[in-house]
Design a binder for this molecule. Sequence first.
Ligand SMILES: [Zn+2]
Ligand SMILES: [Zn+2]
Length: 370
Amino acid sequence: GRNAGLTHTAEQESQLRALFYALPPAESSFRTLEEVPDYVEKSIPFFITFIGLEFAVSWIRKRKLPGRINDGISSLSLGILSRLPDMHFYACVNTKCSQTSLEILCFAEVNILWAAHQVHHSSEDYNLFTALRQSVLQKYTSWMFNLPMALFIPPSVFAVHLQFNLLYQFWIHTEVITKLGPLEWILNTPSHHRVHHGRNPYCIDKNYGGTLIIWDRIFGTFEAEDAKVVYGLTHPVNSFDPIMLQLRPLAHIWNTFWATPGFCNKLSVIFKGPGWGPGKPRLGLPEEIPVITGKEVPFNPYVPAYLNCYALVHFAVIVDLYTELLASMTVSNSFLYEITSPANSNDAQHVSILKDWAVALQPTHVLFEL
Ligand SMILES: [Zn+2]
Ligand SMILES: [Zn+2]
């Protein structure tokens, strides 16, 4: 009926505003954690719409696509994988909280935390797919930053703002928006966040803000966009495999840990910056950051067109599979619970879930391991 149609539009409008952190407390206050909606899940149709828009604008303006199939599928696979422990956390941990600038700063300046956060930086493209490229492991390291806040702020409020903070950062991952005038003073904008994703020496350890840029301006980590930003890690992983992208940096820390002499030095390998080494300052030496010539070529191994098509179709099937998997998880409450407690699930189902995930990772293999 007519009324149903109206409520539907109102709901969509408020979902759209949630994407821009524009839901006032009256619309986003809940008594208990269980009442807090999954805003991220509800935003998926908007993610798809905006990605479509980004493609259209980029094509109309520059006659080029905003990204590549291989990098895009890799980003989306990581986005999907990162939602799994999320569900686990919803079920098992009662407090969630807002990701602050402090948190992101620590993620970039403490090696072991960077090993998790670097996943988000591993894309050499900068587009709305990159926004969805999230680490599986980061959830397991962010809880310590949340603990002090848990003393003052109710879990249901944390759970809302954690999601708004994440959602806000979706739209800023694009090159189609250039500068936004006076908004650049207060908000974290596409321009500011492009600098955060850059591997040019002037971009390193800059613009940590999530929603607001004022914190970086106050604490001296702000840098305005200047020379053309080259995206990605200073030492690229050169892979599209969502598992490799998570694990290779950890393996690097493990190897450096054992290769570095002395107990204190070993601790420093873990807790100082990724660029640190014995005798160097905490964040490493700026002159060791590779120089950017502007001629850097992103990792892009040749794959015949038919395999690209195959990977796309396979990926589309998997997204469908993933939706089913999510539905089955709400029943058991936790994917991890399911795979770690065989007694509680029937073995056949168990094996089938693991097989599903093996299939899920296949398209990214096709793209570069021929
Ligand atoms: Zn980002
Ligand atoms: Zn970052």
